[in-house]
Design a protein around this ligand. Sequence first.
Ligand SMILES: NC(=O)c1ccc[n+]([C@@H]2O[C@H](COP(=O)([O-])OP(=O)(O)OC[C@H]3O[C@@H](n4cnc5c(N)ncnc54)[C@H](OP(=O)(O)O)[C@@H]3O)[C@@H](O)[C@H]2O)c1
Length: 278
Amino acid sequence: MTVAVSGASGFIGGGVARLLSEAGTDLRLLSRDPSRLPDLPHATAVQAGFGDAGLTDALRGVDTFFMVSATETEHRVDLHRAAVRAAADAGVRRIVYLSFVGAAPDCTFTFGRDHWHTEQAVRDTGLTFTFLRDNLYLDLMPGMVGADDVIRGPAGHGRAAMVARADVVEVAAAVLGSARHDDRTLDLTGPAALSLTDVADALTAALGRPIRYHRETLDEAYASRSDLGAQRWEVDGWVSSYAAIANGDLARVTRDVRHVLHRDPVGIGDVFPPLAEL
Ligand SMILES: NC(=O)c1ccc[n+]([C@@H]2O[C@H](COP(=O)([O-])OP(=O)(O)OC[C@H]3O[C@@H](n4cnc5c(N)ncnc54)[C@H](OP(=O)(O)O)[C@@H]3O)[C@@H](O)[C@H]2O)c1
């Protein structure tokens, strides 16, 4: 069985490729720039992006396609639809797609809407699927801290059940290696719903300097991001990720990581251990 992995130059696709390679799986690793791909046993590197005419050929002979959602762009959903079509045309049997919790056509988090439309495109093919709907990535939380050590956003007092990417990698590899999760949607979360004050407190303990969370209004959130040179769709995505926390869309803790890995997901104290414990 050959598994194709997109995003294999990145954290999740690359991590999954490493685990599958160690298990002896025949791999086809996709990248727009194969020089960025890891050099792994049992793996062939192929140059192909989601919108490329060559993607169908790149996926011929592949049984399962692990489709890592592309980096956000204004028209990402068109690229995703093209990739799903290419997989179906190539005769792929199963697509495992990296999605997002609460994906819906009208979800508050605007980037989450792309994921719903992509899931629909996959369902429309009639292929076997698994949707891995990830919560926010716990290990990326330091990226939310500004240069002034403040996390600013309109998240109110809301919570998110953030999940570590390392757990997502392990779950995806297990799902790809089995038929047990076929035609299922898994919501991948961490062990607890965290407020941004919880995140700030954990980073304070881990980094040894005070980090705090400042609750913005929606207007303040747009204003504080207005001089970053970003386009409106991008700012909408950033701001709405906090708004989704505020309205509880990301708060549900699930047992899906445990269901697949037979162990609990790692928590914020594991990802960012307090300095005192090191
Ligand atoms: N849940 C969250 O909190 C969260 C946060 C950030 C991102 N995400 C999503 O999760 C995905 C995986 O995360 P990650 O940490 O592994 O990201 P990453 O390390 O930044 O890797 C992103 C991968 O996407 C691939 N890619 C980008 N544009 C593409 C295109 N047009 N066609 C095909 N592949 C494309 C890149 O491959 P090449 O450049 O080599 O082609 C790269 O390997 C991200 O791409 C994003 O969609 C989720």
